[in-house]
Design a protein around this ligand. Structure first.
Ligand code: NAI
Length: 469
């Protein structure tokens, strides 16, 4: 369902009506358009608090980009910014800055206590108003779980509050702010994350943090236009909505897709499978024979699987006292139990290949809870618990992560009552709903061969919804 208000407000008449009535004025977000599109263009400013450990890696990724790279200059607390790259031009922060910046990237890994947080102010205060529409803020810190000294843990954790607030301040211009927390020695794993968060692929991801550890297995060399070439992906619930977009996106990135959905959705499913040059598999994932049927299909057709995307989901909303038992049972079975049983069968039969990626779709309802959704929120919160526990068990470079979408424009949300739908769309920093492709692009980032250090995370694709943590 299209967002008519978003269209209206982006006309000259609509803009002035919204302004005079004080209504939200969401902007059209810039999304990924062409396979050869650079991940970032324009002028990018890189800065670092003194003692930074990721500045070289960030400098390398940005020097290889199409952007013109500048490093912060003229401020004592940011002296390490000059280590960014010999190709970066100094940008004097004490003078008037006339350049519009498409991204502000800050390495905060060197901050070892609360006093050091001043470097955030020194870098962002003179530059934040120069951030372009649909611009990007990315802060890189040290994972507080790896900080031994309480002062350091406090300062590094503080970055989360900073980034979340920046996201709220810049959202009205379609810009986003995110945080990558690295483990010691994991700065080499940052590349795919920097490319994702600075690119139009992350248009609807804001106010999020991701923890990056050392990758279990070295990433293989990648083809930038088709990073998933040679990979086989299973996408459940692929006949429509978010699943359809995931199938399209993974196929665009080079994967061969097994598109799975219930037999009743076969017509749509076959169209998707044909379009992505993949295979259609009609199967109800809650059927007792489903895990075996899926594993047999994977084994016979491909001999193994690289990407497992548990997207199929249902809602059966009722307040708890009014909820029939089959609403409870079905919702838990589709959204949670089936994922575990399918993974178990594939793992037991050794069909999950080295460096595989498992991605489970949770929901903002699983984080915040929702009226009338005790069953759905239980299942989707269970998905988070499952991902966090599994992340510690997986071997051979296999990772598992979750995505918690907020309000995404699909048939599921089109079925909501109009007042709840409008509230869902607007109650976020970007004042609009996301598109299925926003979830799909985030999955593409998790699945990237160089995202091996990303394991056990839950990233929300919600435009920084006001609901939940
Ligand atoms: P949708 O209803 O458009 O698509 C879900 C797909 O899953 C359908 O094609 C359906 O046939 C399939 N499916 C349902 N039960 C199945 C079963 N037993 N076996 C196999 N396939 C089955 O939903 P949408 O919006 O695309 O959602 C995709 C995922 O994202 C779901 O897990 C949903 O809970 C989650 N989500 C969606 C949000 C949104 O705003 N649309 C927000 C938060 C989470």
């Amino acid at each position: 369902m299209s967002d008519l208000y978003l269209k209206f407000v982006n006309t000259p008449a609509g803009k002035s009506v919204a302004q005079s009535l004080g209504l939200p004025s969401p902007v059209n977000l810039k999304r990924w358009k062409r396979s050869d599109q650079p991940f970032i263009e324009g002028d990018v400013l890189l800065g670092a608090a003194n003692g930074a450990i990721a500045i070289n890696s960030l400098g390398n990724t940005l020097t290889a980009s199409a952007a013109k790279l500048h490093h912060a200059s003229g401020v004592e607390s940011l002296a390490d910014s000059a280590k960014a790259s010999t190709k970066a031009q100094p940008l004097e922060l004490t003078a008037d800055i006339s350049t519009k910046l498409s991204a502000l990237v800050f390495d905060a890994t060197g901050i070892s206590g609360p006093q050091g947080l001043r470097a955030l102010y020194d870098f962002f205060h003179p530059t934040i108003r120069k951030l372009a529409g649909s611009g990007r803020v990315l802060v890189v810190g040290l994972d507080p779980a790896h900080c031994k000294a309480p002062a350091q843990a406090a300062a590094q954790r503080a970055l989360e509050g900073f980034v979340r607030s920046v996201g709220k301040e810049i959202g009205k211009k379609g810009a986003t702010a995110n945080l990558a927390w690295i483990a010691p020695g994991a700065d080499k794993e940052l590349d795919s994350t920097v490319r994702f968060f600075l690119s139009p692929r992350s248009a609807y991801v804001s106010g999020q943090f991701v923890r990056i550890g050392k990758a279990g297995k070295a990433a293989s060399a990648t083809n930038p236009v088709a990073p998933l070439a040679g990979k086989v992906a299973l996408v459940t619930g692929a006949s429509r909505g978010i699943g359809e977009s995931i199938a399209d996106t993974l196929a665009r990135d080079g994967a061969t897709v097994i598109a799975l959905d219930i037999p009743a959705a076969l017509e749509g499913l076959e169209k998707v499978a044909e379009r992505v040059k993949g295979k259609a598999l009609a199967c109800d994932i809650t059927a007792p024979e489903a895990p075996k049927l899926i594993a047999d299909f994977v084994e016979q057709q491909f001999g193994g699987i690289d990407l497992i995307i548990h997207n199929a989901g249902i809602t059966r909303d009722k307040t708890l006292g009014n909820m029939p038992e089959h609403f409870w049972d079905m919702t838990i079975a589709v959204n949670l139990t089936a994922e575990e049983l399918i993974n178990d069968e594939l793992a037991e039969r050794k069909l999950i290949r080295e460096n595989a990626r498992i991605v489970c779709i949770s929901s903002i309802s699983g984080i915040a809870g929702n009226f009338g959704q005790t069953n759905y929120s239980t299942a989707k919160c269970g998905v988070i618990g499952y991902v966090e526990a599994m992340a510690k068990e997986l071997k051979n470079g296999v990772t598992i992560n979750a995505i918690a979408p907020g309000f995404i424009e699909t048939q599921m949300t089109a079925a909501m009552p109009v007042t709840i739908r409008e509230a869902g769309r607007r109650m976020n920093s970007l004042s609009q709903g996301g598109l299925p492709v926003d979830v799909a692009e985030t999955i593409g980032w998790y699945c990237h061969p160089q995202s091996g250090g990303i394991n056990g995370n839950v990233v929300r694709v919600c435009g920084q919804s006001l609901i939940g943590k």
